[in-house]
Design a binder for this molecule. Structure first.
Ligand SMILES: [Zn+2]
Length: 217
């Protein structure tokens, strides 16, 4: 199966698409956040170092991130294919990742960019409500994501709350920042001929089907 580098602005539905692809194809989902957290939890020398860096509020340097990615993609379960989520973030990381791929004789696969208009993403993000207990995300404007009973979690029966970081202003800032930062990566993968753009549809199944076409062709 083709390995996937998933690129998507906030509220484009990256998490949902990852989950659906993982479920259908058995992909391994790799996020740098998870890798860092598990390294800290295992209390390795590297984990302790990472913990210190994060506690100081600093960015974890690329060489550490690359080391963790290298270790992960070489685990046997990743042979069937993996989805990279949140990596690479910069051209430097992308180049280092290319070096890893040739070193380990692995295929880059495909870079999928989920395209979503800013207004659509903002409307989604700002009408997003979450369950404080289980963390499930609902959205009253989406037929698929609406809770059965308004304002109440289907599973926990507790009151849903707004995420306060998603005011319109902060969302626009976050969105623009992401797009500006990601454009060089977009161009990088386009010039390699591995970039595929899909649309973030109203229905998660439509977005999913676009991704399926890419993976299976
Ligand atoms: Zn819940």
């Amino acid at each position: 199966m083709k390995n996937i580098i998933l690129l998507a602005p906030p509220a484009a539905g990256k998490g949902t698409l990852s989950e659906m692809l993982t479920e259908k194809y058995g992909y391994v989902h790799i996020s740098t956040g998870d890798l860092l957290r598990s390294e800290i939890k295992s209390n390795t020398t590297l984990g302790k170092k990472v913990d210190g860096i994060i506690k100081e509020g600093k960015y974890v340097p690329d060489d550490i991130i690359i080391k963790l990615i290298a270790k992960r993609i070489n685990e046997p379960e990743c042979d069937k294919g993996y989805i990279l989520d949140g990596f690479p973030r910069t051209i430097n990381q992308a180049e280092k990742y290319d070096e890893l791929l040739s070193k380990y004789n692995k295929d880059i696969g495909v870079a999928i960019y989920i395209d979503v208009p800013k207004e659509v993403a903002m409307k989604r993000a700002c009408s997003r409500i979450t369950c404080p207990k289980c963390g499930r995300i609902y959205n009253k404007y989406s037929e698929e994501m609406r809770p059965k009973k308004e304002g109440i979690c289907d599973d926990c029966k507790v009151k849903l709350t707004h995420r306060d970081d998603d005011s319109e202003e902060t969302f626009i800032k976050r969105f623009d920042e992401y797009v500006n930062k990601t454009m060089p990566l977009y161009d990088y993968y386009e010039s390699k001929g591995v970039l595929k753009k899909i649309k973030s549809h109203e229905s998660k199944y439509d977005t999913f089907n676009e991704a399926v076409q890419i993976i299976e062709n």
